[in-house]
Design a protein around this ligand. Structure first.
Ligand SMILES: [Zn+2]
Length: 548
């Protein structure tokens, strides 16, 4: 997710970003612009957000394709964490607040940019549960890299309306507490659409009701915590087919003209789920099932309702994504976006500054899939193909609290960092146990990078903090400096921003690697390998090498 990208991939991004990365020459880093008031209102977990804990949303909307309008009501249940008289919700400024009710009583509110501060006539008490009804309406404008909410037509002229709002925020089309730290525990979604159209949303389909006025209501039940930006409408002339993976339901939706192509291409969902269940853990939203839904943009990880626009072809938008002949073996969008069910939707970064937890792991998961299907050599080749997309111009972790999307390095460098971490562990059985345990520890939680560092430190018995810091909190790669003397002595050290940086690395001859333990202080070794033949296993460790 980078503002520079123009495509819609929530990982969307990745895709997009990639395209741009390859095309751009390196530039000097730009100082980040100062956060605006709007950035702070969206990004900070301020006192009127922190004073409550979301329990549920019940969102009911009517979507009018002709008027390109939306109207409805979100019933928001929350528990107060302290006594207070105000809470912060969010709704983009160009949508109207009709009224906000506590029971029958209309509440006062104050709007500032995208924030809606709701005031209560009496103090809300700590530990009590409250429920308010937030009514709204208006004509949303398309915004952001995915459109936010887009009123389109499909090629046969039917209305095709899709939401995809990662980054710009769910409050571009419905009122909610628009941040990542606090998720509802469950959600109901009722969507009224003209009766010749279908709505496909997140969760379990409960049924549809003809309202008798030309509209039909589609009811969905989301039985798990969900990120706001994952809540999605997909309204169109959809056809539906189903499959199962053991007890789990798989539901597929596409335009009628693409049915045969979808039946063939969407079969990859099964091997994807099998791979990620093997390496990460059980599919996290089994009660809601897994859905794959055709959409007019490249794709997005909407929880239990992944959207797909990858032309029913392998690779990414019919290209060899990492350029090494592996990407063409599978459908990038099915694999990447669905990987977010584990990393992003189940394990969620509490602040967008730590979004590498979604995208670094999501990108690494592509290589996990490759390893599952075609073996470790192909996985390594695939991952190393990402190096051309890395910029190393700014840290992967951005300032927190200001809703600033991290640079695209969170995808590719994030994945290459995880591959480096695997090489530090240097034992595949231990690595996969760590990955599975990390997922198991953090599933259904909203976490920070520090939580993950702490986990890996505890479970490896190593101090990996300097390693995480160098790769995630600094722009430059660590460089292994090597100096060769005539007597076969090789001096070596890391040049890195983090003084305590230490990373064992395999060096010498590929057929007979020798593992050394460089730090930022010079050390020496003896090697029979000549300077010109002396190699570093840069496919296992994402590092630079400087020979002198
Ligand atoms: Zn992604």
């Amino acid at each position: 997710m980078s503002g520079r990208l123009s495509c819609a991939c929530a990982f969307a991004l990745p895709l997009c970003l990639t395209t741009i990365a390859a095309a751009q020459a390196p530039q000097a880093p730009q100082p980040p612009r100062a956060p605006t008031r709007a950035d702070i209102l969206r990004g900070a977990y301020g006192p009127y957000r922190a004073n409550n804990d979301l329990l549920s949303y019940d969102l009911k909307v009517r979507v009018d394709p002709e008027k390109k309008s939306i109207s409805g009501r979100n019933t928001i249940r929350f528990r107060m964490l302290k006594d207070d008289t105000r809470i912060q919700l969010d709704l983009v400024a160009n949508l109207n607040v009709e009224k906000i009710l506590l029971g029958q009583a209309a509440l006062k509110y104050e709007r500032e940019l995208g924030a809606v501060f709701v005031d209560f006539p009496e103090t809300l008490r700590k530990n009590r549960v409250y429920s308010i009804d937030f009514y709204y309406s208006g004509n949303p404008t398309e915004t952001g890299r995915f459109g936010g909410i887009a009123f389109r037509k499909d090629p046969s002229g039917h209305a095709w309306i899709n939401t995809a709002c990662q980054g710009v925020g769910a409050s571009v089309w419905w009122p909610n507490k628009d941040q990542q730290l606090d998720e509802v525990e469950n959600m109901r979604l009722s969507v009224e659409v003209p009766s010749d159209l279908v709505d496909v949303s997140n969760g379990r389909f409960l049924g549809k009701t003809d309202l008798g006025d030309g509209y039909t209501r589609y009811d969905w039940s989301i039985q798990y915590p969900i990120n706001n930006y994952c809540v999605s409408l997909n309204i169109g002339n959809y056809v539906h087919f189903t499959d199962r993976l053991e007890e789990m339901t798989l539901d597929f939706y596409c335009l009628p003209e693409n049915l045969e192509k979808a039946r063939s291409q969407f079969a990859q969902a099964k091997s994807m789920i099998q791979a990620f269940q093997k390496y990460f853990g059980e599919y996290p939203f089994k009660k809601d099932g897994y859905k794959l839904i055709e959409a007019p943009y490249s794709g997005m990880e909407h929880q239990s309702a992944v959207t797909y626009g990858n032309h029913f072809a392998n690779g990414y938008l019919e290209r060899d994504w990492t350029g090494v002949g592996i990407s063409t073996k599978f459908d990038f969008i099915i694999i990447h976006e669905s990987a977010h069910e584990w990393w992003g939707n189940s394990v969620t970064a509490g602040d967008v500054c730590d979004e590498w937890i979604h995208e670094g792991w999501g990108t690494y998961a592509e290589a996990v899939y490759v390893e599952h299907m075609w073996g470790k050599d192909d996985a390594l080749k695939y991952l190393n193909g990402y190096k051309t997309k890395v910029r190393n111009r700014e840290p992967i972790i951005t300032p927190c609290g200001v809703n600033r999307t991290p640079p695209q390095d969170m995808y590719f460098k994030g994945a290459l960092f995880l591959n480096t971490l695997r090489s530090v562990v240097d034992n595949d059985a231990r690595w996969w146990k760590l990955v599975r345990d990390a997922y198991g520890r953090f599933k259904y939680r909203n976490i920070t990078t520090d939580d993950m560092v702490k986990f890996f430190n505890q479970h490896t018995g190593k101090n990996l903090t300097p390693l995480f810091d160098q790769y995630l909190r600094h722009a430059a790669l660590p460089t292994l400096e090597l100096q060769f003397a005539d007597d076969g002595t090789v001096s070596y050290r890391w040049k890195a921003d983090v003084k305590e940086f230490a990373l064992p690395v395999k060096v010498g001859a590929r057929a007979n690697w020798q593992t050394i333990q460089p730090t930022t202080e010079w050390k020496t070794m003896k090697s029979a390998v000549k300077a010109e033949d002396f190699e570093v296993a840069t496919d296992l460790y994402y590092v630079s090498v400087a020979k002198k």
